[in-house]
Design a protein around this ligand. Structure first.
Ligand SMILES: [Zn+2]
Length: 196
């Protein structure tokens, strides 16, 4: 009887819970500065910040600095000028310690310095320049929980969990090899969890 019961237990696949994160209010975000049409999330796209990890700088200070840079016209490292953006170009930021912060409101499409359409993409950025930096276990755990939560919430098929370079080939190596190489594992987890 016990064997029969055990054999009949069906595991219900549950949606991944929302990971713990700092809200915009927690880090003192300013409101978005430009008016934008909202979008509907259909994809999840992973980035790296493209600058070296800075374990000594306070996370709130990083976020505020990135928002100030994002919300004004400014020069990029390669000499090009970026326009004023409404907010931080990404929706979620994972720092060097795996801490997560909410950045641009998810209902607003992201921004990019490359030529891909950000409409419909939930953008998650990981602090670091990979593979020069080490994609550490805390960052990987946070990336996994963030992506699996978003995939469940917005019913994003696993094949639409990609890296920036998949949409802008030849223009960027973002999110770097170590993160990009991890994405197939993440897609498989998502498929196992949500059946798509
Ligand atoms: Zn990117």
């Amino acid at each position: 009887m016990i064997a029969f019961l055990t054999g009949c237990v069906v595991m219900q696949s549950q949606a991944a819970p929302m990971p713990e994160m700092m809200s915009r209010a927690d880090w003192g975000a300013k409101p978005p500065v430009l008016k934008m049409e909202p979008h509907k999330i259909t994809k999840i796209t992973v980035h790296h910040t493209g600058v070296r990890q800075d374990p000594d700088r306070d996370f709130v200070n990083k976020l505020q600095g990135l928002q100030t840079f994002s919300q004004r016209e400014d020069k990029l490292a390669d000499g090009r000028t970026k326009p004023q953006w409404t907010d931080i170009p990404y929706h979620y930021y994972i720092d060097v310690n795996g801490e997560i912060a909410e950045c641009r409101p998810i209902e607003l499409p992201g921004d990019t310095n490359t030529s891909y359409e950000t409409l419909g993409h939930a953008l998650v950025v990981v602090e670091g320049w990979f593979p020069l930096d080490y994609f550490n276990i805390r960052q990987r755990r946070s990336l996994d929980s963030m992506v699996l939560w978003l995939a469940g919430k917005y019913k994003v098929p696993s094949e639409d969990i990609q890296g920036h370079m998949d949409y802008a080939p030849g223009e960027t190596d973002c999110p770097g090899t170590s993160i990009h190489d991890h994405l197939p594992t993440l897609r498989a987890k998502s498929k196992e969890m949500y059946g798509q």
